[in-house]
Design a protein around this ligand. Structure first.
Ligand code: PLP
Length: 386
């Protein structure tokens, strides 16, 4: 049966790339640091020290899971903030020199809008195209690399279609050709892939905790030792002067617990989610003859399924389904109802884009949610046909 969400019944939550339910284990820890150990981690007394110790323990835990050093982990308020600190930090360091920034054409708005806002300072922004699977064109990347490039910022996993990008290969090419710094937007890869920052030769890496059952309002920035960037969050000098402001202790502790949880159970979770995604896809194919698969299944994270109900308006379908308690996105939740720039970059026509939906699962997605979703899709499609 479904869960009551205020006055609406939720029978399936399929919008986990947008945000996830907090894990119970995370909630317990968050609660403890909200209600019991609420001291300011920057206060020099014992109660403050308790919070400070909790932060440092969490930092060590996060660093260990990502195979890096704890002094390379910085806590922020969301992936968007980490991305801003990273990109603006590199750009402001090069204000006098100017130069070129390379991104891909399918980045999240957190990256797109940040680099766009920086072009007024005289920086050139180059977007790398993708193929029909949403995979970066590495030849185009290579061709654009020269001594002018100060920063390359690429996403690890695409939020709309789930494509896993060839980051290792991209990093190798960038390192061979330039001295540019490399930033990776890992908002959709952490918790979904085993990420090893010790091996991945990047300078900066951003993500947020609410994408993997951690608290909302929590981001992490990895900044490799020796990488110097300008800071704009000035104040009390917290997070080694990179991000001033009293730290969110419950959020930080919760982030570490969430990361530990998803990392330790990733393989079993993947198998379950992969089976559920297959069931969902097969069910949808039976319900709609013209269903078009967008996600490149073999080259994607297992929780994400993007499909197009060609000939239909996905916005109307989403609203109908929402009334029946099934929640998902059309395109990226962050970009609202606008036409997806990602699907456009992949070469899809307007009709395909108009009919596209993103269904995203999590470790907590139950089989009966998939059954419920298929049942409601059947009802909604019948309504739309009539
Ligand atoms: N980058 C990607 C790829 C995302 O999917 C998102 C969120 O959807 C973000 C960045 C921004 O994350 P947040 O809203 O947690 O700052």
């Amino acid at each position: 049966m479904g869960k009551k969400v205020k006055d609406l019944e939720m029978v399936a939550y399929l919008d986990n790339n947008s945000t996830t339910r907090m894990a119970d284990e995370v909630f317990q820890e968050v609660r403890k640091y909200q209600l019991e150990f609420y001291g300011n981690p920057n206060s020099p007394h014992g109660f403050g020290m308790k919070s400070w110790e909790a932060i440092e323990k969490a930092r060590t835990k996060v660093a260990k899971i990502l195979n890096t050093k704890s002094d390379e982990i910085f806590f922020t308020s969301c992936a968007t903030e980490s991305i801003n600190i990273a990109i603006r930090g590199v750009v402001f360091r090069n204000l006098e020199k100017g130069g070129k920034i390379i991104i891909s054409n399918v980045e999240h708005k957190a990256v797109l809008e940040t680099v766009r806002s920086l072009s007024k300072f005289g920086f050139t922004v180059v977007g790398i195209p993708v193929d029909e699977r949403c995979v970066f064109d590495l030849n185009a990347l290579e061709k654009n690399l020269d001594d002018d490039v100060i920063l390359v910022s690429l996403m690890h996993v695409n939020n709309e279609v789930g494509t896993v990008e060839p980051i290792e290969e991209a990093v190798r090419i960038i390192r061979e050709r330039t001295k540019a710094l490399i930033h990776i937007d890992g908002a959709q890869s952490i918790g979904k892939l085993h990420v090893d920052l010790g091996k991945l030769d990047v300078d900066l890496f951003s993500f947020s905790a609410h994408k993997f059952h951690g608290p909302k309002g929590m981001g992490v920035l990895f900044k490799r030792r020796g990488v110097v960037i300008e800071t704009f969050m000035t104040g009390g000098g917290q997070e080694k002067n990179l991000r001033s402001g009293t730290q969110n202790v419950p959020g930080i502790v919760g982030t570490a617990v969430a990361l530990e949880l998803v990392a330790s159970q990733m393989d079993e979770d993947h198998e379950r989610m992969e089976n559920l995604r297959t069931k969902l896809l097969n069910g949808l194919k039976e319900l709609y003859d013209d269903l078009l698969l967008i996600t490149p299944i073999e080259n994607s994270v297992v929780n994400t399924l993007s499909v197009s109900f060609k000939g239909l308006n996905a916005g109307i379908l989403m609203n109908l389904m929402s009334e029946m308690g099934v929640f998902f996105s059309t395109g990226s939740a962050c970009s609202g109802r606008k036409k997806s720039h990602v699907l456009k970059a992949m070469g899809f026509d307007d009709e395909t884009i108009l009919g596209s939906v993103r269904l995203s699962l999590s470790r907590y997605t139950a089989e009966d949610e998939i059954d419920n979703a298929l049942d409601r899709f059947n009802r909604a499609l019948n309504l739309l046909r009539n």
